[in-house]
Design a protein around this ligand. Structure first.
Ligand SMILES: O=P(O)(O)OC[C@H]1O[C@H](O[C@H]2O[C@H](CO)[C@@H](O)[C@H](O)[C@H]2O)[C@H](O)[C@@H](O)[C@@H]1O
Length: 263
């Protein structure tokens, strides 16, 4: 591990009460499954977070899911102090209170046009749209050739995003159209701004949308706050592993790592 990564890890171990631990949901705390509605936190993840909660400065989940969905699928409701930042940071759930902004008008326009665009493109029937209110995610995981199906849609979705004023967010066999102006890095920085400066920051993720949070950890390090970047490894995405201090074996590996972090 690099010296800066080791510094982050050691600081979290020495001063956990000052540390902020941030996590992505799908692929990091929850194993990837074919049906997004069937995703749930790894059976040991929720209890591990609950065990850590009283010993650390803060636990924050930063996810592309709507915040309320992540709370439900993660079983986070009873974990004291845990905050969920949903839709890449646009939504916030804390102590049972949910804050959700109005989506920009482009979302409604994209929602109206997307089914026809998929049909006209000859997308396989297994392609499906997940409507998240603030954003629309087009999934191809259930297609026979999921990456091929996704690649064929890319330019059409780019064009629709351009027309509707939305941002394109690629992920694991998914492309999302979502509002501009927020990402997981900004979400993490904004979360930290409202708090006592942390002794150290950990962020764990698995997908391209988590790179912005890794950028934020790098910036924090450059400003003097120790940080640790953890990749929940998979064969589907390699870009995070290249930037991480530690690569663990998916959600199971992350839970093992967290259990050993503060025994
Ligand atoms: O930021 P995250 O918590 O990682 O959420 C990113 C997207 O995750 C979900 O899709 C992914 O997980 C699904 C369930 O395992 C899987 O079927 C899909 O292929 C993955 O891309 C979710 O459905 C999206 O809304 C999230 O934005």
């Amino acid at each position: 591990m690099s010296a800066v990564g080791a510094d982050g890890l050691n600081t979290i171990r020495k001063d956990p009460r000052g540390a902020v631990l941030g996590f992505d949901f799908d692929g990091t705390l929850a194993p990837i499954v074919d049906d997004p509605a069937a995703a749930r936190a790894h059976p040991r993840a929720t209890q591990t977070l609950a065990r850590l909660a009283p010993h650390v400065g803060a636990l924050v989940i930063i996810t592309g899911r709507p915040a309320a969905v992540a709370v439900e699928y993660g079983g986070f409701e009873g974990i004291d102090g845990l905050v969920v930042l949903g839709q890449y940071g646009l939504e916030r759930w804390e102590a049972g209170t949910l804050t959700v902004p109005e989506p920009p008008p482009g979302v409604a326009e994209a929602r109206a046009k997307l089914p026809e665009i998929l049909k006209a493109s000859g997308a396989p029937p297994e392609t499906f749209i997940e409507d998240k209110g603030q954003a629309l995610a087009v999934h191809t995981r259930r297609c026979a050739e999921p990456q091929v199906a996704l690649d064929r849609l890319r330019s059409l979705l780019d064009a629709l995003a351009e027309r509707t004023g939305l941002a394109v967010e690629p992920g694991r066999l998914v492309i999302e159209l979502r509002p501009h102006g927020m990402d997981k890095g900004l979400a993490l920085r904004t979360f930290l701004e409202g708090r006592t400066p942390p002794s150290a920051v950990l962020y764990a993720g698995d997908d391209l949308g988590d790179l912005a949070a890794f950028d934020a950890v790098d910036e924090l390090r450059a400003e003097g706050t120790p940080g640790l970047k953890v990749c929940s490894g998979s064969a589907e995405v390699t870009a995070l592993a290249e930037r991480a201090d530690i690569v663990v074996d998916g959600p199971e590996g992350l839970v093992d790592f967290l259990d050993a972090l503060l025994p």
